[in-house]
Design a protein. Structure first.
Length: 480
């Protein structure tokens, strides 16, 4: 038996998402990214004596939003705790966090892999403040500290040890990034560190129910790296156990240059952070009204739309692509107000329009085409006035340049309207039949499949204007 088949992996993820509020979790300084170092700081952020923190209501709202989107139970009575430790990037000497009392409890996130659907169980989502940033490569002799990030609100989304493969973890983080962007609480940018993931990995013999010793891999700044790090860890741990070695609990880091991980510290015993309730902040009680107001403000979520799109007759691929990003789904939704040809809308959006969006590096929210105009373009094709290739290759480019024009107007102006009058079409048919005497003979001998070739030629000589249905009829009649 292959060693890998004897074992199964167990994975739990901790994802930190920076909430993109204007100000910090407990202070009025800007929470935005990318400013000159140490310009978004205040005495509160730096923990100067006599300063008092004050909770940012928006951050609380965003945390609840994410909790509701993940089917969590929302805790109404909340308080913060101090997590005490010394580190240069932590100016106060403690981090204000929600230790044992997360604002969101339980919950789940639906993912899809090639093995089907799975609801990944969440343990909690809690609020905490971010630390500053140590910069080791700015100066030869010193480590520099940038406190701009200190105090920026974070939610930490913690799963149960509920995933079994790197692929599941990959899909889970993809889903989390999609969700935070969808409900607009975090920009989801892993490269800039707005979304950060630590992966906890252990292995055990298949069939066992107790958990093995875990390692925690930090420093994963892309979803691909989450997957690679977990794959590497699973292989490494299986090899160790196969050699009779014991896995020790460790914190490891991922090296993207080599796709490997290395130990940064052993975790022999739990750290003692001397948690105690933050004395400078009063506990806060959420009202049912506050929570239900947030619930009512939530947009339709991607998984609900996915199910709806399947029920409209779209296939899984189309449905998932349309739900990949909110602006795409919104554009689809708006177009359905004007057209019921759902498949055509999906084909247009995931075909020619996606090409436009990709080329311009924009989203569907920014495309120069009104959903209603797309619907009119679809009707034009459905009514047989133009065919799809004329619509996409000739009319669409003009529409994108002159968004105020109507598809029918453009088709008329450019003389693109399909002709279904038999006299015109008959003339084109005659031209084609005269041009291809050999093929006509073959057809008459019984090679009926050639009809497609003739229709294609008629389309060509008519420059796409001949209605193919009428052309087929006339051709069949003529070649009898
Ligand atoms: P810690 O206190 O070390 O941060 P937690 O119990 O809070 O550990 O769990 C942190 C994360 O690690 C959670 O996502 C949890 O699901 C995961 N985890 C815990 N034990 C294991 C294990 N044996 N194997 C894999 N993941 C685990
Ligand atoms: Mg941890």
């Amino acid at each position: 038996m292959n060693a890998n088949e004897k074992y199964e992996a167990v994975i739990g993820l901790e994802v930190h998402a920076q909430l993109h509020t204007q100000s910090k979790l407990f202070a009025g300084d800007s929470a935005s990214f990318g400013a000159e170092p140490n310009t978004h700081i205040s005495p509160i952020t730096l923990g100067h004596p006599g300063t008092l923190p004050k909770t940012n209501k928006k951050a609380v709202e965003y945390a609840i939003k994410m909790g509701l989107a993940c089917n969590c139970e929302i805790e109404e009575y909340n308080y913060f705790a101090r997590k005490n430790y010394f580190y240069p990037d932590l100016p106060k000497g403690y981090q204000i966090s929600q230790h044992t009392t997360p604002i969101c409890k339980g919950g789940n996130v639906l993912i899809r892999t090639n093995k089907g659907e799975k609801n990944v169980k969440l343990n909690r989502i809690h609020l905490e403040e971010d630390a500053g940033k140590s910069i080791h490569d700015a100066d030869e002799n010193y480590t520099c500290i940038d406190y701009n990030r200190a105090g920026v609100p974070l939610i930490e989304i913690v799963t149960e040890p509920d995933m079994q493969s790197a692929e599941e973890a990959f899909q889970y983080v993809t889903e989390i990034r999609k969700l935070v962007r969808w409900i607009d609480v975090c920009d989801g940018n892993m490269e800039e560190g707005s979304l950060r993931c630590d992966a906890n990995v252990s292995i055990r013999l298949k069939g066992k129910t107790t958990l093995g010793t875990k390692v925690e891999v930090k420093n994963l700044n892309s979803i691909r790296n989450v997957k690679k790090a977990i794959e590497y860890e699973i292989d490494r741990m299986i090899a160790m156990v196969e050699k009779g070695e014991t896995i020790i609990q460790q914190t490891r880091s991922f090296d993207a240059a080599t796709d490997t991980t290395f130990a940064i510290r052993d975790k022999e015993e739990a750290n003692d952070y001397r948690y105690f309730p933050e004395p400078d902040l009063t506990p806060f009680q959420l009202t049912e009204q506050f929570i239900s107001g947030i619930k009512a403000s939530l947009p339709a979520l991607p998984n609900d739309l996915y199910t709806r799109y399947l029920s409209l007759g779209l296939n899984e691929y189309d449905a998932s692509q349309l739900c990949d990003e909110k602006s795409t789904a919104v554009f689809f939704e708006k177009t359905t107000e004007f057209s019921k040809n759902y498949k055509a809308i999906a084909n247009w959006m995931l075909g020619p329009l996606r090409q436009v969006v990709n080329e311009k590096n924009i989203s569907f929210a920014e495309i120069d085409l009104q959903p209603k105009t797309l619907a009119n373009l679809i009707s034009l094709v459905d009514e047989g006035k133009v065919n799809f290739s004329v619509a996409s290759l000739k009319i669409l480019p003009v529409l994108l340049q002159y968004p105020e024009k109507e598809p029918l107007q453009i088709a008329t102006e450019l003389n693109l309207l399909q002709v279904s009058g038999s006299a015109d079409i008959e003339a084109w048919v005659n031209e084609v039949v005269n041009k291809m005497p050999e093929k006509v003979k073959e057809y008459k001998k019984g090679k009926k499949g050639l009809i497609g070739l003739f229709v294609g030629e008629v389309k060509k000589v008519s420059k796409g204007k001949a209605d193919p249905k009428v052309a087929t009829q006339i051709l069949e009649e003529k070649l009898k």
